[in-house]
Ligand binder design. Structure first.
Ligand code: AP5
Ligand code: ZN
Length: 215
């Protein structure tokens, strides 16, 4: 099963994707994570996108389509979760073509709905494990032992450079201008399902599982 998790910054896409990886053997393709990896490893591309990302703007379609293209050949798993991709109509068209070329299809697009007011609180409280990528929140999901990751024990806990109110405003604008048209795009293709992303993590997971078990 190949799915897209669609939703604004902080909707919980990464949190839910990690669960689907564990529970269903799916593979998470997060263009945000790939771009941050490119920055950490200091590649030419990583250097080029750093400033754009920190402002909260989108990087070019060419770059992210290239990143996804490199990953679609591996079919030895329970399906892809596209997390944070596609984000523009051009990316959505490219994904359709890439999947068709590799003999695959898109089974569902899950739109995660969360109010803007909740997004600010989620983003400004977020931190992640620098080793395994587990996602935490100061209030709603703190680590069990202060300063160390529940999953892998690492003490490298990080905050993202774009997780501040200024960059978040830009990220939200970008979402409404460029990404939200994808809701209509996939609705017209009969692929769209909407889940309430405001509930607890388990409740959102249950709603997503329902969609997956139907498709
Ligand atoms: P990206 O990394 O994709 O960031 P994003 O879309 O802004 O999404 P986030 O990672 O912020 O949020 P999320 O929905 O995954 O939420 P999470 O689960 O962490 O993109 C970053 C940048 O890269 C972009 O701005 C752009 O520059 C570039 N980029 C990436 N892809 C691109 C593309 N395709 N095209 C162009 N540019 C691209 O949850 C957030 C917090 O809430 C966490 O603390 C979590 O613990 C908490 N939380 C989660 N669920 C719940 C819940 N149910 N209840 C309470 N708290 C919860
Ligand atoms: Zn960890």
């Amino acid at each position: 099963t190949n799915i897209i998790l669609l939703g604004p910054p902080g909707a919980g896409k990464g949190t839910q994707a990690k669960r689907l990886v564990e529970e269903r053997g799916m593979v998470q393709l997060s263009t945000g994570d790939m771009l941050r990896d490119a920055r950490t490893s200091g590649t030419e591309m990583g250097k080029r996108v750093a400033e754009v990302m920190d402002r909260g703007d989108l990087v070019t379609d060419e770059i992210v389509i290239g990143l996804i293209r490199e990953r679609l050949d591996d079919l030895s798993h329970g399906g892809f979760i596209f997390d944070g991709f596609p984000r523009t109509l051009k990316q959505a068209d490219a994904l359709g073509e890439l999947l068709a070329q590799t003999g695959q299809s898109l089974d569902a697009v899950i739109e995660m709905q969360v109010d803007d007011s909740a997004l600010v609180a989620r983003i400004t409280g977020r931190f992640t494990c620098g080793n395994c990528g587990e996602v935490y929140h100061d209030r709603t999901r703190p680590t069990r032992v202060t300063g160390s990751c529940d999953v892998c024990g690492s003490t490298i806990l990080k905050r993202r450079a774009d997780d501040n109110e200024d960059a978040l405003k830009t990220r939200l604008m970008e979402y409404y201008k460029k990404t939200s048209p994808l809701i209509g795009y996939y609705y017209a293709k009969g692929k769209l399902s909407t889940v309430d992303g405001l509930g607890e993590v388990d409740a959102v997971s249950a709603a997503i599982a329902k969609v997956l078990d139907k498709s």
